[in-house]
Design a protein around this ligand. Structure first.
Ligand SMILES: C[S@@+](CC[C@H](N)C(=O)[O-])C[C@H]1O[C@@H](n2cnc3c(N)ncnc32)[C@H](O)[C@@H]1O
Length: 243
């Protein structure tokens, strides 16, 4: 499915490969949802749990699930405007959860991260193209949360659960890319994953730190090939699992 929005670190191009490794499960839990590229492209489960600490992500997925009708039936103004963007940011930090404002902030921000204003330009065409009612079926049997991933693992762990974790990578943590990254510590993550009843798949960059910390699990190396007009790019990443 098309994404509602895209952002830095998104797994859209890698989704097919990652999903092909998933095993049977009843409950699917995506701990670090971002743009939701994996959830939107995998088959639905009896229950899907969608979680991200970033309020913008929560507002958009919750809003798309519950308020799609109002959203789809309104003509919104998508032209980039810095003052408006700053005002929307203030409104949201004061507790506003508005869907349009949340999408507007992500759209006109650097790499879709919602932290700094960057005008997205589409010539004169500022019509937002997503029809949220297209996602009605996909959002059936979902629960949406804005919690630290450790709380989500505790709440939904079971023998029928498959967790997919796509945290900020080692390199992204060092550069503080994400506004909300809740003190992620890879040792704490490993220790939590060591003791779960469910299965997990964890995407991470291949660095000396990640290799050392997660060495007790299966460290699958996944190769992604991107063919662009200019060059062919090959990226290797971990898909770490307890299977
Ligand atoms: C690499 S991105 C996920 C990308 C996603 N798979 C996609 O396809 O777009 C990491 C996400 O983790 C979220 N995040 C960071 N720390 C978190 C935490 N402690 N608990 C839950 N989510 C967190 C960030 O807000 C960010 O959206």
């Amino acid at each position: 499915m098309k994404l509602i929005f895209s952002r830095f670190g998104g797994k859209f191009k890698k989704s097919k490969e990652i999903i092909s490794h998933f095993t049977n499960h009843k409950i699917y839990v995506e701990c670090f949802l971002g743009s939701g590229a994996i959830f939107l492209n995998k088959d639905s489960s009896e229950l899907s749990v969608l979680n991200d600490l970033d309020p913008l992500i929560y507002n958009i997925f919750k809003g798309a699930k519950e308020n799609y009708e109002i959203f789809d039936n309104t003509e919104w103004d998508w032209k980039p405007n810095k003052e408006k963007w700053i005002q929307f940011k203030k409104d949201l930090s004061n507790g506003d959860t508005d869907l349009y404002k949340s999408i507007y902030i992500i759209y006109h921000s650097w790499s879709g991260l919602g932290s700094n204003f960057t005008a997205t330009r589409w010539g004169d065409n500022y019509n937002y193209k997503r029809v949220l009612s297209d996602y009605i079926e996909k959002f059936k049997n979902t629960e949406i949360h804005k919690k630290d991933y450790l709380d989500i693992i505790d709440k939904y762990d079971s023998e029928d659960t498959l967790f997919y974790l796509d945290p900020p990578y080692d390199v992204a943590l060092k550069k503080n890319y994400y506004e909300y990254q809740g003190g992620i510590n890879f040792i704490e993550m490993r220790d939590k994953l060591k003791n779960i009843k469910g299965k997990f798949f964890l995407s991470l960059d291949i660095t000396p730190l990640t290799t050392e910390i997660f060495k007790e699990f299966n460290l699958n190396e996944i190769i992604f090939k991107y063919d662009t007009r200019k060059h062919n790019k090959i990226v290797k990443e971990y898909l770490i699992t307890n299977i």
